[in-house]
Design a protein around this ligand. Structure first.
Ligand SMILES: Nc1ncnc2c1ncn2[C@@H]1O[C@H](COP(=O)(O)OP(=O)(O)OP(=O)(O)O)[C@@H](O)[C@H]1O
Ligand SMILES: [Mg+2]
Length: 517
């Protein structure tokens, strides 16, 4: 199906990219009408770089491209889009201070007599949002008011508008739960039928197996395989992607669970979190599952003092003592850390070095008499870069230059040296490749052996089932059920996630409550 010359929409030959070092070399690839090509490989393998070259965001150092039979060398993303080559980027690129509708039609605002035609804009936006199942969201909502999962859906919707022959999806589902993923897949089926060639980048194997007809694997900037998808089962796929075999199970090592260390009692924040109580013991991994908008991130933010609770208490220590947490600084002082999912928004300073970012969370450890001790700073950076296997040219490399997965590792690494007894993780393996995920699981195991209490929010149920001792399910802001290890099934966990919604609510995915009238 992929050989037919007239079906080839875009071809890449001998494409390479060199920054300080080569990151992509000699890539030959073609994209076929109506076909989904899975593009995989470890963090830093070059997937986003290749996508950006096709999408007009980066200029290749070597090689040529052809598009619809013509030489193709887009000078900008806009130029590529004008030709029908579109890309949903790994990092969200929405403008938070603009509305959903404005973001959707940023470059193509409908106007009448020089004014923006608000009514037309609204209608077009509703239509676009319907395609991704977000019709429940008011298009006038500011993007900053949406959760990060919904923002990702808006980014996808933005790229489904208009003429498109090549669509690149760079980890489109990193922040989506299974139901949103289904909606995206419906759109992909529709686009395929229209003859669009799709490149689908993801670290989620089961998605690749479902959605793609061919798979291309990058390793260290080189294409090591391009094959029909059907040729591989999932274990073989992992080996192909990672270059080594990985087990299905994870051994978190010998662990002993202690007494309760964190006690959350009747925590409330109007419209987001309703009356949530739970305990986590020293050495325990407590998972939190639920749909987008169920209040998972909000709950962590309340415990961490990033948002104020209306009522309820948080207690920490052995035994837990109630603490007053009114800001993240209070939380950290009481030994509570939050490792966030939004690395761009909250986690990282992209223009700063890896060492600088790691230092930021660890000032007490690396300063002497109020001054940063450069030696200590570098020792810390080297330790974390090695421990987390952060792929970089040096500890001085700007974090903005790292691949998505490696940025995430910096976020996590920053907190590992702090003396926090309670660690809250929000989607810790988002964007992390299959092999590195296991490194992170092992690391979580190590933290529990130090007697810490861990709370892990993840959209990946299988991940939670793999690593957690218990899983609490949030639904519409309430903790509806808690499961013990070995007494859960995926179906039960899913059913619980829907339990808090009335049927209609569930269909519209519990939109974020309106802040303004
Ligand atoms: N602007 C830049 N300057 C220097 N190096 C860069 C720059 N952009 C990317 N790189 C490097 O290129 C390599 C490939 O990065 P890329 O983002 O393409 O990886 P990726 O396969 O998308 O990884 P991930 O799965 O983590 O998203 C990385 O080693 C990265 O550090
Ligand atoms: Mg990437």
């Amino acid at each position: 199906m992929s050989g037919n010359a007239e079906n080839i929409v875009l071809s890449v030959s001998g494409v390479g990219k060199t920054y300080a070092q080569p990151v992509l070399a000699g890539v030959d690839l073609h994209l076929v009408r109506g076909e989904v090509l899975a593009l995989t490989g470890e963090n830093g393998a070059g997937k986003s770089t290749l996508s950006k070259i096709i999408g007009g965001l980066e200029v290749p150092t070597t090689g040529q491209m052809h598009y619809q039979g013509q030489p193709y060398a887009p000078v900008s993303r806009k130029a590529a889009e004008a030709l029908g080559v579109r890309m949903v980027m790994q990092e969200l690129n929405l403008l938070p201070t603009l509305s959903v509708a404005e973001n959707l039609f940023l470059h193509n605002l409908p106007s009448r007599g020089g004014w923006i035609d608000r009514r037309k804009l609204r209608e077009a936006a509703i239509q676009a949002m319907e395609q991704v199942g977000l019709q429940a969201i008011d298009p006038d909502t500011l993007v900053s008011e949406l959760g990060i999962g919904h923002q990702q859906m808006v980014e996808i919707a933005r790229n489904l508008i208009g003429d498109c022959h090549v669509l690149i999806l760079d980890e489109p589902t990193a922040m989506l739960t299974s139901r949103e993923v289904e909606m995206l897949f419906e759109q992909i089926t529709r686009l395929r039928a229209r003859g669009v060639a799709i490149v689908y980048i993801s670290h989620r194997l089961e998605e690749l197996a479902r959605v793609a007809q061919r798979i291309a694997v990058l390793r260290d900037g080189q294409l090591v395989a391009v094959e029909p998808m059907a040729r591989y089962d999932s274990a073989q796929l992992v080996t192909l992607m990672v270059g080594r075999e990985l087990g299905e199970q994870i051994d978190l090592g010998e662990r002993r669970m202690g007494a309760p260390l964190l006690k959350v009692d009747r925590l409330c924040r109007a419209g987001k979190v309703e009356d949530v109580s739970f305990e986590v013991r020293a050495g325990e991994i407590y998972g939190i599952s639920g749909l987008i908008g169920a209040g998972r991130t909000e709950l962590l933010r309340l415990i961490y003092g990033a948002d104020r609770a209306d009522s309820g208490t948080v207690a920490v220590g052995l035994p837990p003592q109630p603490v007053r947490i009114q800001s993240p600084a209070d939380a950290v002082r009481h030994g509570i850390a939050l490792i966030t999912e939004d690395r761009k928004g909250e986690g990282l300073l992209l223009s700063q070095s890896i060492a600088g970012n790691l230092a930021l969370g660890n000032m007490p450890a690396i300063s002497r008499g109020g001054l940063v001790d450069g030696k200590a700073e570098h020792a810390l950076a080297r330790r974390q870069v090695a421990a987390m296997r952060i792929r970089s040219s040096s500890t001085e490399q700007r974090v903005g230059e790292l691949s998505g997965g490696n940025q995430q590792k910096v976020v996590i690494g920053r907190w590992l040296e702090r003396d926090c007894q309670v660690m809250l993780f929000d989607e810790p393996t988002r964007g992390i490749d299959v092999g590195a995920k296991f490194d992170i699981y092992a690391l979580l195991g190590e933290l529990t052996r130090q007697g810490k209490a861990l709370v892990v929010v993840s959209s990946d149920l299988r991940e939670l089932m793999l690593i957690c001792d218990r899983i609490g399910v949030l639904s519409a802001g309430r903790l509806v059920e808690t499961f013990q290890r070995d007494s859960w099934t995926q179906d039960e966990l899913l059913a619980a996630a829907f339990a808090g919604y009335t049927r209609r609510d569930a269909l519209v995915d519990a939109p974020a409550p309106r802040n303004q009238a």
